[in-house]
Design a protein around this ligand. Structure first.
Ligand code: BGC
Length: 434
């Protein structure tokens, strides 16, 4: 009996053991087949950008939301610092380390440079499917393509030559919005006498470079601008007009407050908002900053054309995609590129950013009066050939040449250098750098 039980128990035990083995084997097969099944792709992007101010991060947040709502995973890699010089340094070191972020805010000739080095993925497939050839203006298409291939997706068009005005501060000093540089200088003296800082300014090379190019356009006009800052023509660079540009820069130096060195542009925007300063010369990301703080165009601030001759200094943000072997990352890049030029995103983002859409077939209803003016002025400037690329915002010349301009402009602004010396140094530095 006891022997029988032992045998039975041993049989049961054996069959139990066998069943357990079978179950384990089955589970193994199942797990194996699950593993072998194609994994669901998670489109992923690590996004290197420099949109960190109040208005900028609202706009960048809209892109992130759109991407995540479409099933993507967004890894944020922001680098603070207006104008993006700090972000370029980070980009170069990440590329050198063999670990570039797969989506990078980059623009102008830098796009063709990185494409020539074979680092960028082409966006031709998305461009074809989304008909980018038809929806982008030729000026922007030229910037984001190289040898017939798309290497960047444009986000927007920013105008650089805007004058932002606090109407209450102007009223206090009894001055009008200036239309010429002489009027500007006269108004600035009155503002100063009334205890108001005439020009809100941040002393960083890109901000001084932007002031400089605005003065070049205002005093010289679009043809002169193109000759000096795009074609790097020595006669234009050493001309009397260029001496006058530096004379005006010296005047502007006298219209900023003592705290300007190193100040970020958005801190300067704060001075305009609270009435400590009356005017600021800045691209229309300024409007994104002002509206993010609840300020209204036409009431709390006015957008006007920078004094002098008219024209449109073009700056356009775009993203490039560094090549990646990872399937999720490649999928993420395509998804991001598609969303960026989608109508919905073009509207949401550009309303928040202060820019106008890169695509040309958008309704205007959601855009404010400054954006509508920008759209009309751009059209007019393209028609009369007065749309010029921004040197300070990396749209016009290679990095080394831009560096030469900014070095001289900023040394002049921050010292007692004469206009004649500045012109001489500028011509030499640009010649060496090109
Ligand atoms: C960029 C803008 C940015 C601004 C300040 C410009 O170069 O094009 O998108 O808001 O710099 O950071």
């Amino acid at each position: 009996m006891s022997e029988m039980r032992t045998q039975r128990e041993s049989r049961t035990g054996k069959s139990h053991l066998a069943m357990t083995r079978m179950a384990t084997a089955l589970a193994g097969v199942l797990a194996g087949s699950l593993l072998a099944a194609p994994a669901r792709a998670e489109p992923t992007v690590e996004v290197l950008h420099y949109w960190t101010s109040g208005g900028e991060s609202k706009a960048a947040g809209a892109l992130r939301q759109d991407f995540e709502a479409s099933g993507g995973k967004w890894i944020d890699a922001p680098v603070a610092g207006g104008g993006g010089d700090a972000a370029s340094t980070v980009l170069r070191s990440r590329v050198l380390a063999g670990d570039p972020p797969n989506a990078v805010q980059l623009k102008g000739p830098n796009i063709k440079d990185w494409a020539a080095q074979g680092k960028l993925a082409t966006l031709d497939e998305v461009a074809k499917a989304e008909n980018w050839d038809a929806i982008l203006p030729p000026q922007i298409r030229d910037v984001v393509t190289d040898k017939g291939h798309y290497y960047a997706v444009p986000v927007n068009i920013h105008r650089v030559n805007w004058l932002w005005v606090n109407p209450q501060a102007m009223k206090k000093a009894g001055v009008e919005i200036p239309k010429t540089w002489d009027e500007f200088n006269a108004a600035a003296e009155k503002l100063k006498a009334a205890g108001i800082v005439p020009l809100a300014h941040g002393g960083q090379p890109w901000q001084e470079g932007a002031l400089f190019e605005d003065v070049v356009l205002g005093l010289g006009g679009a043809d002169f601008y193109r000759k000096a800052l795009v074609e790097l023509d020595q006669t234009a660079l050493t001309s009397d007009t260029m001496v006058k540009v530096f004379d005006q820069m010296r005047k502007l130096r006298g219209f900023v407050d003592d705290g300007f060195p190193g100040r970020e542009w958005n801190i300067a925007a704060g001075m305009l908002m609270n009435g400590q300063a009356a005017m600021q010369i800045m691209g229309d990301w300024e409007k994104g900053e002002l509206t993010a703080a609840g300020k209204l165009p036409g009431k709390d601030f006015v957008c006007a054309h920078v004094p002098g001759k008219s024209g449109y200094i073009v700056n356009s943000d775009s993203f490039v995609m560094f090549k990646s072997d990872d399937a999720d990352r490649a999928a993420g890049q395509k998804l991001l590129a598609k969303l960026i030029l989608g109508k919905k995103f073009q509207e949401t983002f550009n309303v928040l950013k202060g820019s106008i859409p890169a695509r040309q077939d958008m309704a205007r209803d959601s855009f404010d009066e400054c954006a509508v003016k920008s759209m009309d002025d751009l059209k007019g400037a393209i028609a009369d050939n007065s749309a010029v690329p921004s040197m300070a915002h990396e749209m016009a010349v290679p990095g080394a040449v831009r560096g030469a301009f900014l070095d001289v402009v900023t040394s002049h602004f921050n010292s007692g250098m004469s206009s004649k010396d500045a012109v001489q140094r500028l011509a030499e530095a640009v010649d060496l750098a090109k």
